[in-house]
Ligand binder design. Structure first.
Ligand code: ATP
Length: 497
C-alpha cells in the first residue's frame, strides 16, 4: 500500500471542560480508500473528524500530511490542505441554486472553472452526479441536497473527504447510490473517511475500518475478511443480540387516536396525505413504513397536533409524547443544560419550582436518575446539550418523551444516529411502553426495525396507506412492494397479513 495521505498521530483531545474525548488515537487515511470510522455514541468519531478539519485543535499529538507535520487551527487551514467535510447538519443556502451554492465556496481557480452551468454540469459528471445546476436547493430531496454538500467539499480540489454519518439521513434504498458516488471519488485517488453506525453498510462498501471506544482506538483493519458480529463486539465491547423479534405480538385495546378520511394538500416535494384512515389502540406498537417523503412528515405533524387536516377528521388524546425527527431544531434547546432538556415538559407545566424559581437541586437529582437509566454519556447534568455527541442528544429526547407517561407516544426515526447497543435499548423501551398500555406509533424508514417491534405495520406510499400487515405477516417481501410500487388512486389496501 502507498503511504498515508494524512495521519492522525497519537492525537488526544481534552475539551475545555476537562473531558478527555480522544486519547492517543492514531489513524492513517490512504489515497484511494473508503475508510469507515466506527464507534458507539460518544466514542469520539466527530471529535476526530473535527480535528482533521480544523474545527478543534488536538491537545496532544498532531497531524501529518504526506509525512509533514501540519496544524489546522481553523477549517480554512484544512481546506487549503485539500480536506473537504460533509457535516451531519447541512450548511447549504436553501433559496440558492446548486450552481450558486458551489460558487459560494469555490476559491480562485475553482471559481473561474465553474462560471457557466455547462462547467458545473461537467464538474458534477466527473463524480457521476447529474443535477440541474439551476435547481433551487430547497426544492431538492434530502439525498440530492447531500450530493451538493459532497460536491461543495470537493470543489477546491480536495484529496481527503470526510463525511460525518452521511447515511443516517437517507432511506435504506438511497444508501447504495451514496456509496456509488463515494466510490467514484475514491477511484480518483481521494481518501474518503466515513463515520457510520451501520456495520452492514461498512461491510458492503468500505475498504478499511477503525473502531473507537471511549476515545481510544480498539481496532483497525481491512474489510475483506472482517465479520459483522466481531465488528459489533469491537464497537460496543460486548456482543449484542440484534435482529430477532422483541417481545410477543399484542392485539391492542380501546382506540386512542383516530384518523378518518384525512387528507392534506400536497406541498413542496411532498405528496401530502390522501384519504388516510388509521386507528391506533391502547397497548400496541403501530409501525409506519415508507420511503422518506411519502407523507410521513405530515402524518407526524398531525399526531403532534401541529397541523389540522384539510379534509377528514382526527381525534387526538389529551397528550401525545413526541420524538421528532430533527432533534436539533425541534427536540432540544442546545444551550440549556441536559437536566432542563430532560425535564422540559414538566418544567413548562410548572413543576420543579420553589417560590416561583426553578428548583435546581430537585431538577439535578431527577435528571441524574434519568441520565443513569437512559445511559446518557454526559459529564454532568449541568452540561449544555450542545456538548453531547449526536447519539447522546437523541437519548435525551427519547428519555424525556418516555418520562411523560402520555397515553400515546409518537416517534419519528427514533434510532437514527444511535449505535447498535443504544438502538436496541430504545426498541426494548418502546416495546415495554406498549406492554404497559401506551400506544406507540413509530415512523421509520428502517423496515427491519419496524418488523422487530411493531404489532402491525401500515405502509405510506404517495401519501396513501397502501396496505397493512400484522403479526407474522410482517415480512419485507410484502412490505417492500407496498412501499415502492406505483399506487393507482383508489387501489389502496392491497395486503393484509
Ligand atoms: N464541545 C465539547 N465540550 C465538551 N465535551 C464534548 C464536546 N464535544 C463533544 N464532547 C464529548 O466528547 C465525547 C465524544 O463526542 P463525539 O461527538 O466525538 O462522539 P461521537 O463518537 O461522534 O458520537 P455519536 O455517534 O453519538 O455522534 C462525548 O462524550 C461528548 O459528550
Amino acid at each position: 500500500m502507498s503511504a498515508p495521505i494524512i495521519k492522525c498521530d497519537h492525537v488526544s483531545k481534552r475539551y475545555p471542560n476537562g473531558f478527555l474525548a480522544l486519547e492517543n488515537v492514531t489513524v492513517d487515511l490512504y489515497p484511494g480508500e473508503i475508510h469507515a470510522l466506527l464507534g458507539e455514541n460518544g466514542a469520539g468519531k466527530s471529535t476526530l473528524m473535527n480535528i482533521l478539519y480544523g474545527v478543534h485543535e488536538p491537545t496532544g499529538g498532531g497531524l501529518l500530511l504526506n509525512g509533514r507535520e501540519v496544524r489546522h487551527t481553523r477549517p480554512g487551514d484544512a481546506i487549503a490542505n485539500g480536506i473537504g467535510m460533509v457535516h451531519q447538519h447541512f450548511k447549504l443556502v436553501m433559496p440558492f441554486t446548486v450552481a450558486e451554492n458551489l460558487a459560494l465556496v469555490a476559491k480562485g481557480a475553482a471559481r473561474a472553472r465553474l462560471r457557466r452551468h455547462a462547467d458545473v454540469r461537467a464538474f458534477m459528471a466527473e463524480f457521476g452526479i447529474e443535477l440541474d445546476p439551476g435547481a433551487v436547493l430547497g426544492d431538492l430531496p434530502l439525498a440530492l441536497q447531500q450530493r451538493v454538500e459532497i460536491l461543495k467539499a470537493l470543489v477546491n480540489e480536495s484529496r481527503i473527504l470526510l463525511l460525518d454519518e452521511p447515511s443516517t439521513i437517507l432511506a435504506p434504498s438511497e444508501v447504495g447510490a451514496l456509496y456509488d458516488t463515494l466510490r467514484r471519488i475514491r477511484d480518483r485517488g481521494t481518501a474518503v473517511a466515513v463515520v457510520t453506525h451501520n456495520v452492514d453498510e461498512v461491510l458492503a462498501n468500505a475498504d478499511r475500518y477503525t473502531v473507537l471506544r471511549r476515545g481510544r482506538t480498539v481496532g483497525t483493519g481491512h474489510i475483506a475478511g472482517a465479520d459483522a458480529d466481531a465488528l459489533v463486539e469491537l464497537i460496543v465491547g460486548r456482543s449484542v443480540a440484534t435482529g430477532s423479534r422483541i417481545g410477543p405480538y399484542r392485539t391492542g385495546g380501546e382506540p386512542r387516536l383516530v384518523l378518518a378520511g384525512v387528507s392534506i394538500r400536497p406541498g413542496r416535494g411532498s405528496p401530502g396525505l390522501s384519504n388516510v384512515d388509521l386507528e391506533l389502540r391502547a397497548g400496541e406498537v403501530v409501525g409506519v413504513a415508507g420511503v422518506e417523503g411519502n407523507g410521513q412528515t405530515e402524518l407526524f405533524e398531525l399526531l403532534a397536533g401541529q397541523r389540522l387536516p384539510d379534509q377528514g377528521r382526527i381525534t387526538l388524546p389529551k397528550a401525545v409524547a413526541l420524538v421528532p425527527q430533527d432533534r436539533h431544531h425541534e427536540g432540544l434547546s442546545l444551550d440549556l443544560p441536559v437536566s432542563q432538556n430532560l425535564l422540559y415538559s414538566e418544567i413548562m407545566r410548572g413543576r420543579y419550582r420553589r417560590a416561583g424559581l426553578l428548583d435546581h437541586a430537585a431538577i439535578g437529582t431527577r435528571a441524574e436518575a434519568m441520565i443513569e437509566a437512559a445511559d446518557i454519556r454526559t459529564r454532568s447534568h449541568a452540561t449544555p446539550a450542545r456538548a453531547l455527541s449526536g447519539g447522546n442528544q437523541q437519548k435525551i429526547v427519547l428519555a424525556r418523551a418516555m418520562a411523560e407517561d402520555a397515553p400515546v407516544i409518537a416517534v419519528y426515526q427514533p434510532t437514527r444516529g444511535l449505535d447498535v447497543a443504544a438502538a436496541e435499548a430504545v426498541l426494548a423501551r418502546l416495546a415495554e411502553a406498549a406492554d404497559r398500555g401506551t400506544t406507540v406509533v413509530m415512523i421509520s424508514s428502517n423496515i427491519e426495525e419496524l418488523i422487530r417491534v411493531s404489532d402491525r405495520i401500515v405502509v405510506l406510499n404517495g401519501g396513501r396507506v397502501t396496505g397493512e400487515v400484522s403479526g407474522a405477516g410482517m415480512v419485507i417481501e410484502k412490505i417492500g412492494p407496498l412501499m415502492t410500487r406505483t399506487v393507482a388512486p383508489g387501489k389502496e389496501g392491497v395486503a393484509h397479513g
